[in-house]
Design a protein around this ligand. Structure first.
Ligand code: SAM
Length: 217
């Protein structure tokens, strides 16, 4: 089968369209499964309660990630927060078209991991993707070698701890992207990467809920 690039592969078009369609039910699902909010929950309890909720990046955000990964040509892409794998598909499609590299993604919810793995196999991208099961603050400790491109999209209050964990593995010029800059939970992270004293040049990109793109100095 011929197509212009991997994002145009009909298997990926179908998987993204199915998942984005289901994600449209997120608000209704949140009202059903998290009626009291999640403030008092641990990250694992929150992940288990949110096992049916997609919370994906936007399609435009995914296309931005695809283009960035094509341009950067990273050997290792690290993702914090797989969910059902929407963002992972954009990242892995770019890695496929680069002809080299891998995606390491992290997820707490066993149900989501099982569903994401099925999608990765169905779309033919599973050979490029490793899912680390469990808390990224633990699983990413075993990362072998540098992280050449990072997407932070797990629980927002954990983005800064995960960045700090990865920091020794970030070379100058590495891009770190965080989704949902409008969410208050991301504030400490944004304050950190926007302070040049911490070693980043950071810019907000106006795509849907906003992505923060930070370049390691
Ligand atoms: C906003 S969703 C990710 C959406 C996904 N990037 C996409 O575009 O489809 C956040 C996900 O991060 C996972 N998560 C949150 N904290 C985590 C942690 N400490 N370790 C691993 N996964 C975590 C949650 O279970 C949830 O599925």
């Amino acid at each position: 089968m011929t197509f212009t690039h991997t994002l145009a592969d009909p298997r990926i078009v179908a998987a993204l369209s199915r998942m984005f369609e289901r994600a449209e039910q997120d608000e209704t699902t949140v009202a059903r499964v998290l009626p009291g909010g999640f403030a008092a929950m641990s990250p694992q309890e929150h992940a288990d309660a949110a096992a049916e909720i997609y919370m994906p990046i936007s399609a435009a955000g995914g296309e931005l990630l695809y283009n960035l990964v094509r341009a950067v040509r990273p050997t290792t892409v690290v993702e914090f927060g797989t969910s059902f794998g929407i963002s992972t598909l954009y990242l892995a499609a770019a890695v496929r078209d680069n002809g080299a590299g891998r995606v390491i993604t992290t997820e707490l919810s066993k149900d989501k991991i099982a569903a994401a793995r099925r999608t990765f196999a169905k779309t033919g991208l599973d050979d490029l993707i490793t899912v680390l099961e469990g808390d990224a603050r633990e699983t990413l400790r075993s990362l072998d070698g540098p992280a050449d491109f990072v997407l932070l999209d797990g629980w927002k209050d954990l983005c800064l701890p995960v960045l700090r964990l990865l920091q020794p593995r970030l070379r100058p010029g590495t891009l770190v992207v965080a989704d949902d800059i409008d969410l208050s939970g991301l504030r400490p992270y944004l304050d950190y990467v926007r302070d040049p004293a911490n070693g980043y040049q950071s810019v907000s990109f106006p795509v849907e809920d906003g992505m923060e793109i930070s370049c390691r100095l």
